[in-house]
Ligand binder design. Structure first.
Ligand code: SF4
Ligand code: SF4
Length: 288
């Protein structure tokens, strides 16, 4: 059995200050960080004790976790466990990177996001080059604000062709992008149109709650980050009895970490096992 886990502990702080983000420059108290670290340690112990399950884990923190040494150590430890197939994390890539040498790099990946205005392009690219030298897999993402499109084009041109750059489309306002902007973004990220949609998901089959779960630091299990109905707890009893095929109870699903698991969309075929770190392995040739 393979189980994908989207883990989000109590940490909710960040060293960046993106003006659209509620976690910008937020600080966690020492107590919160200690609780977060203790819960993470308990989670690692849990994973290490489930010899019969292969895990794919994506950390999706509120804020930036990889600047904390205990997350770096958690990534290393998990990557070295025989029953962990993949461990990935969403990060702004501002942390130091030499710790990655201690990990099994064949099983570790980073979902990185470039935040223009919070760091400069040269610094971000230098971090990417380090990842290339370390042979660590990663995707690069950018939030697709209109005013940032030229910067995204420049970043795309500067990244190695084999590095997948995805764009998170703005969806709150219908027709936010002109046809020309959509064409420009599609030349950068051939799959951006997949992210321009709020998918009708009610009643549709979704792997969450069966082979994918969302987890909080207390071990509470949810289907996904978007349905707040608890389905069990990994630390109490046989948690696997809570895992079975389900259909979605929300009207729509609009985030990659959710809709990628919808059966109808067949996106597992596109990502070929790399859906957690959001890497499309066999992409169309780039036009730039
Ligand atoms: S880097 Fe991410 S978590 Fe931090 S402020 Fe920006 S959007 Fe928020
Ligand atoms: S379709 Fe989206 S909202 Fe619905 S269960 Fe799946 S991940 Fe959750």
């Amino acid at each position: 059995m393979t189980l994908s886990i989207l883990y989000r502990g109590p940490l909710s702080s960040c060293n960046y200050s993106c003006n659209y983000c509620p976690f910008a420059k937020r600080k966690d108290s020492r107590e919160t960080l200690e609780r977060d670290a203790a819960q993470l340690k308990r989670f690692i112990t849990f994973v290490s004790e489930q010899a019969g399950i292969q895990f794919k884990i994506l950390f999706t923190p509120w804020g930036e976790a990889l600047i904390r040494r205990y997350y770096q150590e958690a990534m290393v430890t998990l990557s070295l466990l025989p029953n962990v197939e993949k461990v990935a994390i969403q990060t702004n890539l501002s942390c130091r990177l030499e710790w990655l040498n201690k990990a099994d790099k064949s099983k570790l990946a980073l979902w990185t996001t470039y935040h223009p205005g919070e760091t400069d392009r040269a610094t971000f690219l230098s971090q990417c080059r380090q990842l290339d030298e370390l042979q660590v897999s990663y995707s690069v993402g950018v939030v697709g604000f209109k005013e940032v499109i030229p910067e995204i084009e420049t970043l795309r041109a500067a990244l190695p062709a084999e590095t997948y750059l995805w764009v998170n489309a703005l969806k709150k306002q219908a027709d936010y992008y002109t046809a020309e902007e959509t064409a420009t973004l599609s030349a950068i990220d051939p799959y951006v149109v997949n992210n321009m949609i709020h998918y009708d998901s009610f009643g549709k089959n979704c792997k969450t709650g069966h082979s994918v779960i969302s987890l909080d630091g207390d071990g509470n299990m949810y289907r996904c980050h978007f349905i707040k109905e608890k389905i069990g707890n990994i630390y109490t009893g046989d948690f696997t009895s809570a895992l079975y095929p389900r259909t979605c109870t929300n009207a729509t699903c609009g985030c990659h970490i959710g809709y990628v698991h919808m059966d109808d969309l067949n996106l597992y075929e596109l990502y070929k096992g790399r859906e957690l770190e959001r890497i499309v392995p066999d992409r169309k040739p780039l036009s730039c």
